[in-house]
Ligand binder design. Structure first.
Ligand code: APR
Ligand code: PHB
Length: 390
């Protein structure tokens, strides 16, 4: 087989790029290791910055998001018995975020790819990029006993943190930066009315908690747990009781509980791989960087990679101008690191660290006190949360 751009990974990053390039007449093939059902069964985060929402519309995939997604102009930080609101709209100069599940967004992207007869190959086993430094790279995968070869101009590594693309960059070229946090988030999805119309991030000495939502009938809640905990350690009853303990009394009193329809634990990790280009391989999204979820930056730091790659590819194919491709890694990483900084800061300010000393705790309290006493500090939070410009 032959294509212009071979995309490894059919998550939001790979599908979005495939869709955008298709609309500009650039041919792509997407190779996905899992089945579509598996990909669409994964529960992921649900906050989209306005820049990502705009990209969805440009990709002609924004219709359902605009109908069913909720625009949020602010969120709450509960701390020290107070409920302080961050007015995103006011402090970001009129911007906001869209609450829309990443699973739904992925479904919309798949439907768009189907509509346009885009090629997405599922259950592609042993995907392997080759000859990345040459002008004629290719990708192989296995379909049962048959090995299939795809010749292309460029390979995009959009295969997430555990994918094969990053690993095909030689060790002496790639530099990895990683920070592991000594806790995870236990998440529960339940078919219940959300406790609050806006998200509540709660700092509590027993550990952080988050009240989020997917719609007015579907809630998503999280609590910070030790890395040694397993899902089996947490019955629904135990989860709700612990969540209530960590929320302000007036919120806990209103919380509607119900059976969990999904429950999982995710460790918190920060990670960046540099450079994001090796020869004709370009990394995008979780393949190159991940953030702890506290700043809602996961999908959003993938968004700028896609935006830069999309424009760079279009300039290359339409005008023979490769400066965007040459500058990709540097440009993408500059924004990636800002999302890293913001996610680290939100995580550090709001969680309970098992080994923290009294001094650190005082600084956490002071960070919050400063935040809610300074319009400039709120402005900084807001501009990062709604998304820095691409
Ligand atoms: N071959 C083919 N596909 C692969 C391989 C492989 N070797 N390894 C992984 N994949 C697939 C995964 O099955 C997954 O569907 O690549 C896809 C990567 O998708 P994501 O992990 O969703 O990453 P990305 O598209 O960059 O989306 C970033 O997802 O994890 C969240 O917080 C993250 O919101 C962010 C978003
Ligand atoms: C979610 O709804 O899953 C969610 C929302 C905000 C975050 C993280 C996760 O910061």
């Amino acid at each position: 087989m032959k294509t212009q751009v071979c995309i490894i990974g059919g998550g939001p990053s790979g599908l979005m790029l495939s869709q955008l390039l298709h609309l500009k007449g650039i041919d792509t093939i997407v190779l996905e290791r899992q089945s579509r059902e598996y990909v669409l069964g994964r529960i992921r985060a649900g906050v989209l910055e306005h820049g990502f929402a705009a990209l969805m519309r440009e990709a002609q995939c924004g219709e359902r998001m605009d109908k069913e997604g909720e625009i949020h102009d602010g969120f709450i930080i509960a701390h020290d018995g107070k409920m302080d609101r961050v007015d995103l709209h006011k402090y970001s100069g009129g911007s906001s975020v869209v609450v829309y599940g990443q699973t739904e967004l992925t479904r919309d992207l798949y439907e768009a790819r189907d509509r346009m007869k885009g090629v997405v190959i599922h259950n592609a086993e042993d995907v392997q990029p080759h000859d990345l430094k040459s002008a004629n790279p290719y990708v192989t995968y296995r379909n049962g006993d048959e090995v299939v070869r795809i010749d292309c101009d460029f390979v995009i590594g959009a295969d997430g943190f555990h994918g094969v693309s990053r690993k095909s960059i030689p060790r002496d070229v790639l530099k990895e930066y990683e920070k592991l946090y000594p806790f995870g988030w236990l998440g529960v999805l339940s078919r219940t009315k959300p406790v609050s119309p806006e998200l509540i991030y709660a700092k509590h000495e027993r550990g952080f908690a988050l009240c989020s939502l997917r719609s007015q009938v579907l809630s998503r809640y999280y609590i910070q747990v030790p890395l040694t905990d397993t899902v089996e350690d947490w019955s629904d009853e135990a989860f709700w009781a612990e969540l209530k303990r960590r929320l302000p009394a007036e919120v806990a009193a209103k919380l509607i509980t119900g059976a969990s329809i999904e429950k999982s634990i995710a460790p918190l990790r920060s990670f960046v791989a540099e450079p994001m280009r090796y020869g004709n391989l370009f990394l995008a999204g979780d393949a190159a960087h991940i953030v702890p979820p506290t700043g809602a930056r996961g999908l959003n730091s993938a968004a700028s990679d896609i935006y830069y790659l999309y424009h760079a590819m279009v300039a290359h194919y339409q005008n023979g101008d490769s400066t965007g491709l040459d500058k990709y890694s540097e440009k993408a990483l500059a924004r990636v690191w800002k999302a890293q900084r913001f996610s680290w800061w939100m995580t550090t300010m709001l969680h309970t660290f098992p080994d923290s000393i009294a001094y650190d705790q005082k600084l956490q309290d002071t960070d919050l006190a400063y935040l809610f006493s300074s319009e400039k500090a709120l402005g900084s939070l807001a501009e990062n949360y709604v998304g820095l410009p691409f």
